[in-house]
Design a protein around this ligand. Structure first.
Ligand code: URA
Length: 433
């Protein structure tokens, strides 16, 4: 078999056989196929697509290119959740404790942030002492005892994706739905949980810009999950504005704690109730959404979910006093209020721009090697649909380096304020299974 023949076949709209996909992924992972041939194949896939069967086989080949985590020593149903990423997205840190408190086992591997989206691991590491490099044995022990662990990747999961993603990044082949779906699902399947809930976001701050594309991506991932015998479901959610009010690492952890204390922002809670209900049904802990929502509400009201978070923080070496006393988190040198220049309703709020402002304050990384200032970021006071009077505070900037005119302008540009009444956006647009 020759790679050049496979490239030609795909270029001309042909369907790759199972053997050809195996040849291609195994050969590329093991350095027998060079980058220039794989680049040509990726571009051919971008133009010609992959059918459902090809996408499943590609995912399965990628999944088997490295380690697959065996979670069978954890009792009960292991649930996992994946978000396609967004600004202010601290869902895993609220949802994980909520569903763990209801009896699910959450054995989660998360990532770090790059660019405008923050990473769950960075947020967690803003808690002094907490570490995310946990051995497999300790990971399993922790999930059996606290029901919850959120750690960095252990083992060599999906090396094919590591190579392919780096190549896609520099060949303009990232935004191709079958390639995104196989990349995400191979990693989720390799992480070993029994069920997968996907939160596929669309909008300005997200990977998918339209609802239609988000639905196609979700359906492609559900089809892959089903074909490989995993209960996979998806929420389609709107990411036209940041989720919750806080953007920035320790600011987001404080919002997580507020939420688990019953004082969370409405949109964040709504997303967690939708996602948590599906996860409890996937784990056969609740029969229907009404029962599931009641269990999740009880987990918050009884503080059981907060205690789950606290137990996880302690088990991973973190100072759990920060969970009961969030005022311990270091404060920034300055908190600057950004006040509205006009009166009206917030029509739009550019999540992407605000994510970039937070990154430039030092809260995120422009390149992988950058270090992070955990304390900086933004806390929104006004979001889409809110009425604003002139001089009202739109948001507060938590900074150790002042605020340049450029960043202040970026914040003002992110807000569109109009005279006409604006409805609050619907956050969860669809649930697919
Ligand atoms: N996230 C991934 O893990 N892979 C993609 O291809 C896109 C987003």
């Amino acid at each position: 078999m020759y790679m050049v023949d496979l490239i030609q076949k795909k270029r001309d709209g042909g369907i790759l056989s199972d053997e050809e996909i195996h040849f291609m992924i195994d050969g590329y992972t093991n350095n027998r196929i060079p980058d220039y041939q794989m680049s040509a194949m990726l571009m051919a896939i971008c133009f010609q697509g992959l059918n459902k069967h090809e996408t499943v086989v590609l995912t399965d080949e990628m999944l088997h290119s490295g380690d697959i985590i065996d979670l069978s020593e954890i009792d009960g149903i292991k649930v996992d959740k994946h978000s396609t990423g967004g600004v202010g997205d601290k869902t895993s840190l609220v949802l994980g404790p909520m569903v763990a408190a209801c009896g699910c086992k959450v054995a989660k591997m998360s990532g770090r942030g790059l660019g405008h989206t923050g990473g769950t691991l960075d947020k967690l590491e803003s808690i002094p002492g907490l570490h995310v490099d946990v051995s497999k044995q300790d990971f399993i022990k922790q999930v059996n005892s606290c029901h919850l662990a959120i750690i960095g990747q252990s083992g060599e999961l999906v090396p094919a994706d590591k190579k392919l993603y780096a190549l896609r990044d520099v060949t303009a082949t990232v935004s191709c739905i079958p390639l995104i779906a196989s990349s995400i699902m191979s990693k989720k399947l390799a992480s070993g949980s029994d069920t997968i809930l996907l939160d596929v976001k669309y909008g300005e701050g997200a990977f998918m810009k339209t609802k239609e594309d988000a639905k196609i991506l979700a359906q492609t991932m559900i089809d892959i999950g089903k074909s490989l015998n995993k209960d996979t479901r998806a929420l389609i959610s709107n990411m036209n504005e940041p989720l919750g009010n806080a953007i920035g690492n320790s600011l987001e952890i404080k919002e997580v704690i507020d939420t688990l204390n019953g004082h969370g922002p409405k949109d964040l809670l709504e997303l967690c109730f939708h996602a948590g209900s599906q996860m409890l049904m996937q784990a056969h802990i609740a029969d229907n959404e009404i029962v599931a929502r009641k269990m999740l509400q009880d987990a918050i009201d009884s503080k059981k979910a907060l205690r789950c978070l606290q137990a996880m923080v302690k088990a991973q070496g973190g100072d759990d006093a920060y969970i009961t006393h969030p005022e311990l988190f270091p404060k920034t040198k300055e908190v600057i209020s950004i006040r509205s220049h006009s009166t009206g309703y917030v029509k739009s709020l550019n999540a992407l721009s605000l994510g970039i402002v937070s990154m430039k304050l030092g809260g995120g990384r422009m390149v992988k090697e950058d270090s992070i200032d955990y304390s900086v970021g933004l806390v929104l006071n006004k979001k889409i649909g809110d009425f604003v009077s002139k001089d009202d505070v739109l948001l507060k900037v938590y900074t150790n380096t002042g605020l340049s005119k450029e960043l202040a302008d970026n914040i003002y540009d992110a807000y569109e304020i109009v005279d006409e009444y604006v409805n609050k956006p619907v956050l969860v647009e669809d649930i697919m299974k």
